[in-house]
Write a protein that binds this ligand. Sequence first.
Ligand SMILES: *[C@@H]1O[C@H](CO)[C@@H](O)[C@H](O)[C@H]1NC(C)=O
Ligand SMILES: *[C@@H]1O[C@H](CO)[C@@H](O)[C@H](O)[C@H]1NC(C)=O
Ligand SMILES: *[C@@H]1O[C@H](CO)[C@@H](O)[C@H](O)[C@H]1NC(C)=O
Ligand SMILES: *[C@@H]1O[C@H](CO)[C@@H](O)[C@H](O)[C@H]1NC(C)=O
Ligand SMILES: *[C@@H]1O[C@H](CO)[C@@H](O)[C@H](O)[C@H]1NC(C)=O
Length: 380
Amino acid sequence: MEAMNKNSTMARQSFLFLIFFLHVSLIATCCRAENTQKHAKTAVPLFVFGDSILDAGNNNYINTSTLDQANFWPYGETYFKFPTGRFSDGRVISDFIAKHANLPFIPPFLQPGFRQYNLGVNFASGGAGALVETFQGFVIDLKTQVKNYNKVESRLRQKLGNDEAKMTISRGVYLFSIGNNDYMSPFLTNSTILNNYSDSTYVGMVIGNITTAIKEIYRRGGRKFAFINLPDLGCVPGIRILTSNGSCLEKASSLANLHNEALFKLLFQLQKRLKGFKYTIFDFNTNLKNRMLHPSKYGFKIGEAACCGTGPYGGTYSCGGKRIVKEFQVCKHPNEYLFWDSFHLTEKANKQLADEMWKGKSNSFNDVGPYSLKKLFKIH
Ligand SMILES: *[C@@H]1O[C@H](CO)[C@@H](O)[C@H](O)[C@H]1NC(C)=O
Ligand SMILES: *[C@@H]1O[C@H](CO)[C@@H](O)[C@H](O)[C@H]1NC(C)=O
Ligand SMILES: *[C@@H]1O[C@H](CO)[C@@H](O)[C@H](O)[C@H]1NC(C)=O
Ligand SMILES: *[C@@H]1O[C@H](CO)[C@@H](O)[C@H](O)[C@H]1NC(C)=O
Ligand SMILES: *[C@@H]1O[C@H](CO)[C@@H](O)[C@H](O)[C@H]1NC(C)=O
């Protein structure tokens, strides 16, 4: 028992994606509040779900371990100048998307006192997966995130009345990054779960639980869904150090590929089956891979190793010195790196990817589609 607990705790080396920011200043003065309310009548809110790629600080408020938190230095050092809980040196992808959409920072659902949901809310939790078993007990799993969304939906109806709430909800964009931890956790925790299922059955379970989440949000009136697909998981610094020779971990990469294919099919089918359902997928996988292989083309010096951490590729998940391994180094210029820590990207990389997702690339059919995110925000 002891050994098992220890293993699962150690395991918490996850792809925690996370954060937060005390940006509650909207109600400060009379006139700003009025503007905000007018804006809120037509604004397209952003609801964020998933893992540490998008988390803005929910894990600051749950009983978890530092493996699933980033509320300590040097996280946040570049942009905020203090740690917010985001797993980056600065802003994460959802922050840049909110900015493009003319929205303020979207606060974490668990931020104390935050109840103004008209412009959206962030439910994402570093380390979370679509399966409840993924880092169970340390994260807010997808099912619970959707339960939290249901609370928000009820509250919006109380506050705005049914009709206006319905319009707000159907105008909203529902942004997801989920699955990373379902496929990484078995390797990080030495769990035997992948021995118990074929790869396609396991992927089917993850996709099945994502389907349930989408359908629940749809049932409550959500219509516009945006997904970030999975990166080449075997090649992120924190996974690649698990191989003896520093090559990418093939099994993790192939699970991510299977998942991405299944996600593509799922959304395509849902659009045919559910009236008014719209979606877009951003090819995070290809966009990140291009940068890893050709960092200088995108203004980076280092594509494969992390700025903050230790060991080969900076792959040991020790950034900040508050996790299992205490030793870490942090680079002088995060802007030269694609990876901030062994699982997460720098603010500069996050901005590039969010920009790409927002506008799409005119010359690349598969980059983001069937809509650019900008278009998804605009359509009704
Ligand atoms: C997983 O197993 C390997 C090899 O047996 C061991 O070196 C590593 O410490 C284990 N990891 C965890 C998180 O238990
Ligand atoms: C938090 O988790 C730890 C270990 O998992 C447990 O011992 C403790 O009782 C928990 N605290 C609360 C307030 O739930
Ligand atoms: C896998 O199956 C074995 C045998 O049924 C079981 O003991 C083990 O707990 C399972 N592992 C997981 C992670 O579910
Ligand atoms: C959701 O995941 C659980 C394991 O956590 C699995 O047993 C179940 O079949 C999955 N649901 C669907 C609809 O695939
Ligand atoms: C590295 O080791 C893995 C097995 O751990 C093997 O499959 C792979 O071919 C090796 N790659 C190189 C470049 O030696």
